[in-house]
Design a protein around this ligand. Structure first.
Ligand code: 13P
Length: 305
């Protein structure tokens, strides 16, 4: 990392009383310079607890929106306004309202990878770290709609034994990881532990040893005695896995699992963001109040791993 850029970021951070939050899929240099790097649940908790005046969110739009909903008094900046999430855009509030009409007695659980409008139409929100726990917290007789990620939804179904009404959304960066690619990597590293994200396809999860959120992967690797791990999620996390476990080897299950949106953030864009106070992410008051109810339930529901 260029020392001059880092110095500039630190000066601007002080000037703006800002904190830099980064997701585990960010480019390595962004993970290194962030004040906190984590998974969606960890980042949401940090965003709700920080006493900084400005949050620079190095991630994608729904993450910055979540921070803006949880901390309306703070200024939330997304360094690149194009950093979106195709999965979050796979269901609109209108489509969700239509689905709710078909299931009038159901409650809605939405994955945090969703727009603020969709969160406002939902009763509960969850991340990949606590999807099963959130589903379990709902009375057994209640019908549940789960949006937008079908793969996380199936994982929650399997863990809880509950039937969920699923929306056919998916994350392209995760479903590109094929069962064959994992099998080939396993053949090369037969002693490696396979850690897969719940957004992966079912055939991949079936042949994996552990199904974990990105934060859970970091905790698991830190506690494990294993020396080799095959990683079935966005490759960016391998940077921090290696940094925290220098004696272990981490192998990507697929070289194609790179999220182009996560990689839009750069040190130069963080500087531009802090200099010009852009791009401000705000959520209209009525949407914010409704979405916050679902998000508060997400933040309160601890993951068991
Ligand atoms: P987590 O970091 O919460 O596991 O989420 C991964 C993800 O897909 C974010 O878009």
């Amino acid at each position: 990392m260029n020392e001059q850029l880092l110095e500039k970021i630190n000066k601007l951070k002080e000037l703006r009383r800002a904190v830099i939050l980064a997701h585990n899929y960010q480019p390595g240099e962004i993970q290194d310079l962030a004040d906190f790097c984590g998974d969606s649940l960890g980042l949401s908790i940090r965003a709700s607890e920080t006493d900084a005046e400005v949050i620079v969110f190095c991630g994608v739009r729904f993450m910055a929106e979540t921070a803006a909903i949880l901390s309306p008094e703070k200024t939330v900046l997304l360094p690149d306004k194009h950093a979106g999430c195709p999965l979050a855009d796979m269901i609109t509030a209108k489509q969700l309202r239509k689905l709710k009409e078909k299931h009038p007695d159901a409650v809605v659980v939405c994955y945090v990878n969703s727009t603020a409008d969709v969160k406002a139409e939902s009763d509960y929100c969850c991340t990949s770290a606590n999807a099963a726990e959130v589903v379990e917290s709902i009375p057994a007789e209640k019908e549940i709609i789960f949006v937008p990620d079908q793969h996380l939804g199936r994982f929650a179904m399997e863990k809880t034994g509950r039937e969920l009404v699923l929306w056919p959304g998916y994350c392209a960066t995760h479903v590109i990881i094929s069962k064959e690619a994992v099998e080939e990597t396993k053949a090369k590293y037969p002693d490696a532990i396979v850690m897969a994200h719940p957004e992966c396809s079912e055939p991949v999860k079936e042949i994996s040893d552990e199904i974990l959120s990105t934060g859970q992967m970091l905790r698991f690797a830190g506690k494990s005695d294993a020396k080799q791990f095959i990683i079935a999620t966005e490759k960016g996390i391998i940077h921090t896995l290696k940094k925290q476990n220098p004696e272990a080897e981490f192998i990507a299950a697929s070289d194609m699992s790179i999220c182009p949106n996560m990689k839009l953030i750069s040190p130069a864009k963080i500087i531009g963001s802090l200099e010009d106070m852009q791009y401000k992410i705000t959520v209209p008051q009525d949407i914010r109040t409704r979405a916050k109810k679902a998000l508060d339930r997400m933040v309160e529901t601890k993951s068991t791993k």
